[in-house]
Design a binder for this molecule. Structure first.
Ligand code: ADP
Ligand code: MG
Length: 507
């Protein structure tokens, strides 16, 4: 990539920098530039503001120029005015903030010192390898944006660092969240080093992801229907725990109590028995074992929910269900889609709770050695405030447990939402990687500014003006929040196809 000379440093204090923009050069808000230090070191800076100054900027100067205009403020003699404006009489000063520093050995560090007076300022180029490798990651998402341009410099995340530290993807409807998830999924397919479990509430991913050249081996899809693609979900009675039921509807205290009593009396068979016996027999049996006599209506409600789930999720007595398959595919580093569009809210909550809990229990039960042999898994949860909202989170469901405990076990959550302000603070504060897309509401933007560990306040204007498919990536191992133009999935895939089919030399 060609380097362009952009100007020279005129002032530095702490991490603040001012530079004169070279004549005939453009610098935009948000441009990331390089100050060439005098000791073979480099300073990466981001322009955030400008001021234009002239030898005529003073009150007398302005008065003098004004005297050259007619009484309507119009130019009388353009040539004369051009003389006053031209030459070196006017300068544009860029204001920038130092982002990070590369020493003469190529080590990327947080700002350590100031650059010297009149150092040269240039655009990024392919020799800025330390910076580029830090932002490149192993799961590519898009290209680095600099001001109004898009640089040919890939930006992504390092799955091994980011997944277990949780990811948040936030943006208003139409800002490009689903596209980010598709691009991320397709990078995960390329990599093979991570598992990805996506709860697909709109059935919007299979069609696109199945056109990935490696999808045959690395993409698995499940649904509750019978379709020409994918597998139908079946669950064994013993796989449904009381928590999966309590997660999916609102229950009164006695109902909750009854659910836990039933499961403690009948263990793994509790749901099967609840469906098999009448309410009266159930009440007698529980009363016999625990001394507690439940109301027939309490048991009735539980029976009814269990019945709905049995129908919808195909709960049966067969030993071989798909739950174990899903877990093992994730362990092997595959992308598993669970299509939930045709499932009721109750079924969706029960199924996503059940699968996430099985995954957590499975990973938690492994020794460190065993865990080192299986892949880290990221769980993508859409419209996450339904599970991790201010109220829901306090109920300590499986997702809030995942957010607080999963990193120990090599699991992570990817929380997708259009209204981050609805999420519990405790959840937001645990998200160490943020993909911030366009957010129409100021309340949402302020919430993220307040919760984000990276200081993104300086990029407030940029965030406000993000177009569809543009985002700011802030992650705790990256030294600054990077503006990114996300790949459009279709284009990204086309590029993949070229990569996959590039001719292997024929002997
Ligand atoms: N990075 C991008 N480049 C180009 N177009 C995009 C990009 N991201 C999203 N789009 C387009 O914008 C529209 C909305 O994107 P989508 O991902 O469905 O948004 P959301 O899920 O946030 O509602 C889609 O038609 C998509 O093709
Ligand atoms: Mg969407």
């Amino acid at each position: 990539m060609e380097t362009e000379y952009k100007g020279r440093l005129t002032y530095a204090k702490g991490t603040s920098i001012e530079f004169v923009v070279a004549p005939n050069q453009d610098v935009d808000f948000g441009d990331i530039l390089v100050v060439e230090g005098t000791n073979k070191d480099k300073f990466y800076i981001r322009a955030y503001d400008f001021k234009v100054k002239s030898r005529w900027s003073g009150l007398n100067g302005v008065g003098y120029l004004m005297s050259k205009l007619d009484e309507n403020g119009q130019v009388e003699n353009q040539e004369e005015l051009d003389f006053y404006m031209g030459g070196n009489h006017t300068v544009k000063i860029g204001l920038a903030e130092q982002l990070c520093y590369v020493n003469d050995k190529g080590q990327l560090l947080n700002p350590k010192t100031c650059p010297d007076f009149f150092c040269q300022i240039r655009t990024l180029n392919s020799e800025d390898t330390s910076l580029l490798s830090e932002i490149k990651g192993d799961l590519e998402i898009g290209y680095l944006k600099s001001g109004r341009g898009v640089l040919n410099m890939p930006v992504g995340i390092y799955g091994s660092k980011a997944i277990t530290e949780h990811i948040g993807i936030f943006g208003t409807t139409g800002s490009g969240k689903s596209n980010v998830v598709k691009v991320l999924a397709s990078s995960v397919i390329d990599s093979g080093n991570y598992g990805l479990l996506i709860f697909d509430v709109h059935n919007e991913y299979y069609k696109d992801l199945s056109s990935h050249p490696a999808s045959k081996d690395r993409l698995c899809v499940y649904h509750t229907d019978v379709k020409e693609y994918g597998k139908t979900i079946t669950v064994n009675f013993s796989e449904v725990g009381p928590e999966d039921i309590t997660a999916c509807a609102t229950f009164t205290e006695p109902q909750l109590d009854a659910i836990y009593k039933l499961s403690s009396v009948w263990q793994d068979d509790w749901m099967r028995y609840v469906l098999k016996y009448d309410a009266k027999d159930i009440i007698d049996e529980v009363a016999g074992c625990t001394g507690q006599k439940f109301h027939p209506r309490t048991i009735g409600k539980i029976k009814s929910i269990c019945w709905n789930l049995e129908q919808e999720l195909h709960v049966n007595e067969q030993e071989a269900t798909v739950v174990a398959d899903i877990i093992s595919q994730l362990e092997q580093g595959k992308v598993v889609l669970v299509e939930l569009k045709n499932v009721s809210a109750v079924g969706e909550q029960a199924l996503s709770t059940l699968l996430s809990k099985k995954l957590l229990t499975n990973y938690a039960s492994k020794t460190d050695l065993e865990r080192s042999l299986i892949k880290p898994v990221l769980i993508v949860l859409e419209e996450a405030h339904r599970f991790l909202g201010k109220k829901e989170n306090s109920s300590n469901n499986v997702f809030s447990r995942l957010v607080s405990e999963a990193r120990k076990f090599n699991l992570g959550m990817c929380i997708v939402d259009q209204q981050p302000r609805l999420l519990a603070d405790k959840v937001l504060s645990q998200l160490n990687t943020l993909f911030i897309l366009g957010l129409a509401s100021k309340a949402d933007r302020s919430k993220l500014e307040a919760m984000c560990r990276k200081d993104i306040l300086q990029q407030r204007n940029e965030i406000k003006n993000l177009d569809c498919g543009e985002m700011i990536v802030a992650t705790n191992y990256m030294r600054f929040a990077a503006p990114v133009k996300v790949h459009k999935f279709e284009d990204f895939l086309q590029q993949r196809e070229i990569d996959y089919t590039s001719p292997i030399s024929v002997v």
